[in-house]
Design a protein around this ligand. Structure first.
Ligand code: NDP
Ligand code: 2IT
Length: 444
């Protein structure tokens, strides 16, 4: 058995029941075969892959809090500190009832390669809880965040581990978490990113993941003789990433016709009116179906099915494994020629293979959604300097980083004889920097 296959078998055996983690590891290892086979003896002796797939540390803890009825609730809290070879652990916190250790390990593993691709000095981590913020009052969310941070504060720091937002964690939650960190430690430091602009946040961080996604999409299209202007786009989700991907796609001349949430999707043939979506989602914390109350010419459909809408470009921006083989085939049959992943691992492995084999342009999440964490790293730089850059300064840097990520994925794919396969390219390019740092730092 090759070294790569041996390691995958071990991961499955030693991490039972963690399907998403197995899936993420398999995709990366399959891409790395080309690189590892050429250096097998050296990497095997150093147990490089064994170390790469094992988190440096996982912290798991109890999160007790009191709800509005005076009832004590208990959630599970986690932080997966996956790899610190190239910088302090960096990655979001997810609050969603589906969160478990396996999902956070998959997200932390992806983050290691994504963060490497940004070219900035950040290692990989992820955390969160099975707490469900939906339907909770602000006071309940604050009580949860304070309890969560009381424990987490022992393990993080501006030069140690810097969490941020992810599903269910936005400006409100980061504010409560930051306040409690400061209270627990007495430190006013850049320990979290995605902070409010009045207490150390960076301009563009709110928009960064969605904007970055469209910047790299644009770069991929232009490098393949196509353009975004005039194209019809379907975006899934209606959270932070989906909203700002829609905004930038519209600014660059595309027509976005659909958005979704976990209940269903809207279709607006005239193009989504984003100010209405922002009001529903960012102000009222409502459901996407409320869009048709404001725009009666649009349609709402309950359930899945967003990928059956005809489009040129699909941007999955909701959650993992939201787009399966059947969805991929429907997209292709309806004329879709490009897919870029705003979410982490939204396409199943079968869907990803179909995109690549059928000649569609496909940019995987760890490259395509790296603009969020890259701008987080820019927030860390500004915090260290005790300065705040202008919107344009940060936006220009973000665009430059996304163009560079495209170039790295494109170049690595070409170097290993799989030109146009940006999955392999991103995995290899992300791996090269991390492995170099790990080898240099000895057996740790
Ligand atoms: P938000 O919480 O702002 O929005 C999440 C959106 O996805 C909502 O519309 C939500 O619908 C939908 N969604 C979440 N879980 C499910 C599910 N199980 N089934 C169907 N729909 C679901 O999160 P973000 O926009 O920040 O994150 C979206 C994706 O982007 C995630 O995969 C995240 O890991 C990734 N990402 C985020 C970054 C960031 O900076 N925020 C950076 C890089 C990647 P509902 O309201 O019904 O739950
Ligand atoms: O998946 C991700 O890259 C994020 N949720 C953003 C992480 C960050 O540290 O900004």
């Amino acid at each position: 058995m090759s070294y790569v296959d041996e390691i995958y078998a071990k991961v499955v055996e030693q991490n039972p029941g963690e399907a998403e983690f197995h899936q993420a590891v398999k995709e990366v290892l399959d891409s790395l075969k080309l690189v590892i086979d050429a250096n097998e003896e050296k990497y095997r002796k150093m147990a490089l892959l064994e170390r790469l797939v094992e988190p440096e540390r996982i912290i798991s803890f109890r999160v007790p809090w009191v709800d509005d009825n005076g009832q004590v609730q208990v959630n599970k809290g986690y932080r997966v500190q996956f790899n610190s070879a190239i910088g302090p652990y960096k990655g979001g916190l997810r609050l969603h009832p589906s969160v478990n250790q396996g999902i956070l390990k998959f997200l932390g593993f992806e983050q290691v390669f994504k963060n490497s691709l940004t070219g900035l000095p950040i290692g990989g981590g992820k955390g969160g809880s099975n707490f469900d913020p939906k339907g909770k009052s602000d006071r309940e969310v604050m009580a949860f965040c304070q309890s969560f941070m009381t424990e987490l504060s022992k393990y993080i720091g501006a030069d140690q581990d810097v969490p941020a937002g992810d599903i269910g964690v936005g400006a409100r939650e980061i504010g409560y978490l930051y306040g409690q960190y400061k209270r627990m430690t007495g430190l006013y430091e850049g320990v979290l990113t995605g902070k409010g602009l009045n207490y150390g946040g960076s301009l563009v961080r709110t928009q960064a993941t969605g904007y970055g996604l469209v910047y790299i999409l644009d770069e991929m299209l232009r490098n393949n003789g196509k353009e975004l202007n005039g194209k019809t786009v379907v975006v899934s989700g209606s959270g932070n990433v989906a909203i700002y991907a829609t905004e930038k796609a519209q600014q660059l001349g595309a027509k976005v016709v659909a958005l979704s949430d976990s209940n269903g999707y809207i279709y607006d043939k005239d193009g989504i009116k984003l100010d209405i979506v922002k009001e529903i989602k960012e102000v009222r914390r409502g459901r996407i179906k409320e869009y048709v109350d404001a725009v009666p010419t649009a349609a709402y459909t309950e359930g899945k099915g967003i990928w059956t809408i005809a489009c040129d470009i699909a941007l999955p921006c909701a959650t993992q494994n939201e787009l399966n083989l059947e969805d991929a085939k429907a997209l292709k049959a309806n004329g879709c020629f490009a897919v870029a992943e705003g979410a982490n691992m939204p396409s199943t492995r079968e869907a990803t293979d179909f995109f690549l084999e059928s000649g569609m342009l496909f940019m995987p999440g760890k490259a395509a959604n790296a603009g969020g964490v890259a701008t987080s790293a820019l927030e860390m730089s500004q915090n260290s300097q005790r300065l705040a850059w202008t919107f344009d300064e940060v936006d220009v840097k973000l665009k430059d980083i996304m163009v560079n990520i495209f170039a790295k994925a494109d170049d690595a794919a070409k170097r290993y004889g799989v030109a146009g396969n940006y999955v392999a390219g991103a995995n290899i390019a992300g791996f090269e920097k991390v492995v170099d740092a790990m080898m240099a730092q000895g057996i740790v």
